[in-house]
Design a protein around this ligand. Structure first.
Ligand code: TGC
Ligand code: FAD
Length: 394
């Protein structure tokens, strides 16, 4: 699908450098030519197209903003634009890249030993090794500080017991960054453990029955007396700050990315509305359809401007404040989900089938609304930033 000129009403393209536009366009071409033709089949079958992995690697997306170790060293803006294009294809494709880059490569790059970096990062950048991030547990999602997974020191190893739930790429990962408390310790004892595929006692099982993110593998991880060498502990961080800093990073990318799903829905719905006739004329000629399209374009322009500013802040300052990230994630995921539902209505009955993209995007965005901090959690993070009062707990 070629990009409609109307989508960039505010000429956000003019704010990008030629290099940024070129990186974005290369990803867009891959998504249009190679991914969109196959995504419907994978969504229907509940599979992830592994053949896309080397192609994403060639585009330099895995660990894109990281320097060294075979990573592309792109700006955060270029990375955000790439994620937006991947999400225009499907959230599952973008999720694969987010988890690999922000939630697995980033903690190894930021908190890992030199040996860990050399061992994992070059292979992950090439897409030859796959990573996942285990924070959520069956009984602790929004409040990860309560996690039950434990690591007990035993000689030169730690012995891990517990389980993690809803882990993207878990069943296909070569390495899992698993967050666990030291036996007997509180949240301040949380550390990241690099658990490798095949370690005795470590099982990753695919979760079935999802109606969302079907073109992505989501798994349950269980640890039964898993012996992890002490050299596999991330030495650079301790406490809940470790996983939350990874999330800050990933949420920034997601905030940018979801506008890609909204763009796919807007452009598809506009094209459909111009062709589909009712009462003897194109449905695009009805005022109520035009209001839907106007609402969609308005939210896409506003969301992109927010995301653009967030990424520029990150590039200029090297980091962004959690409240800045929460505002963007909270707004952009909400409007992308609402706009996918609106787009769905423009297709009438056709809109409930997987022949057309809006229902797939809407279903995916239901997960995005929940993962990486639910909409409510981001409301409370902002509430705390505004008032200084913590409304999370009892
Ligand atoms: P709190 O007392 O506020 O903080 C504990 C320590 O963490 C620090 N911190 C952060 N650091 C970096 N970035 C952030 N965003 C941070 N937020 C907090 C904080 O400064 C403190 O550090 P220190 O050194 O003083 O101890 O923690 P809390 O227990 O009250 O929790 C706050 C809350 C609720 C906001 C947090 O727990 C939270 O964000 N919960 C949501 C959990 C979540 O988002 N899980 C996502 C799992 S991964 C996932 O969904 C992947 S989806 C696949 C894909 O990405 O595509
Ligand atoms: P809960 O925490 O049980 O929340 C249930 C409801 O209660 C929500 O509406 C929530 O907003 C609300 N709530 C909770 N606390 C409060 C409060 N204080 N005030 C008001 N409302 C509140 N996790 C990983 O670690 N790694 C992954 O790779 C990963 N991938 C995922 C992929 C998919 C497809 C999905 C769906 C989830 C994934 N997750 C992953 C898990 C995700 O991060 C959690 O689902 C999310 O953090 C919410 O946790 P929960 O599902 O346990 O909901």
């Amino acid at each position: 699908m070629s990009r409609a000129a109307i989508t960039d009403l505010y000429r956000i393209d003019d704010l990008l450098s030629a290099e940024e536009r070129a990186a974005r366009d290369a990803v867009a071409a891959f998504v249009d030519k190679e991914y969109i033709p196959i995504v419907g089949k994978h969504f229907r079958n509940g599979t992830f197209p592994m053949e896309s992995v080397p192609r994403i690697a060639e585009l330099g997306i895995f660990g894109a903003p990281l320097k060294g170790y075979g990573c592309a060293g792109m700006s955060n803006m270029m990375y955000g634009l790439a994620l937006q294009e991947l999400e225009r294809g499907d959230s599952g494709l973008r999720s694969f890249a987010s988890v690999q880059s922000s939630l697995c490569m980033w903690p190894i790059w930021s908190y890992g030993s030199e040996e860990q970096k050399e061992r994992w990062l070059p292979g992950m950048a090439k897409g030859k090794l796959i990573g996942c991030f285990g924070l959520t547990e069956p009984d602790y999602g929004s409040d990860p500080g309560g996690m039950l997974t434990r690591a007990k020191r035993d000689g030169d190893s730690y012995v891990l017991n517990g389980s993690k739930m809803w882990i993207t790429n878990g069943s296909i990962a070569d390495v899992a960054v698993v967050w666990a408390k030291t036996d007997g310790g509180g949240p301040e004892s949380i550390r990241g453990y690099l658990v490798e595929k095949g370690m005795p006692g470590f099982v990753a099982k695919e979760i079935h029955g999802k109606f969302s993110l079907r073109a992505s593998y989501t798994s349950e991880l269980s640890f039964d007396e898993v012996r992890v060498p002490a050299k596999n502990v991330l030495p650079g961080v301790q406490g809940l700050r470790g996983p939350l800093s990874c999330l800050n990073n990933a949420r920034t990318g997601i905030s940018f990315a979801v506008m890609g799903a909204a763009i796919a829905c807007f452009e598809g719905a506009r094209e459909y509305a111009l062709e589909r006739k009712a009462f003897g004329k194109p449905i695009a000629g009805f005022q109520l359809t035009q209001e839907k399209l106007a609402d969609m374009l308005q939210e896409i322009v506003k969301g992109q401007l927010l995301a653009y500013r967030l990424m520029r802040l990150k590039d200029e300052h090297g980091k962004v404040d959690p409240a800045q990230v929460s505002l963007c994630k909270r707004n952009n995921v909400k409007v992308a989900l609402e706009m996918a539902r609106v787009a769905r209505t423009i297709y009438g009955a056709n809109g409930v089938t997987d022949e057309y993209p809006p229902i797939r995007h809407a279903l995916n965005l239901e997960s995005v609304y929940t993962y990486e901090g639910t909409h409510e959690v981001h409301t409370l993070i902002l509430g705390k930033a505004i008032t200084g009062l913590d409304a999370f707990g009892g």
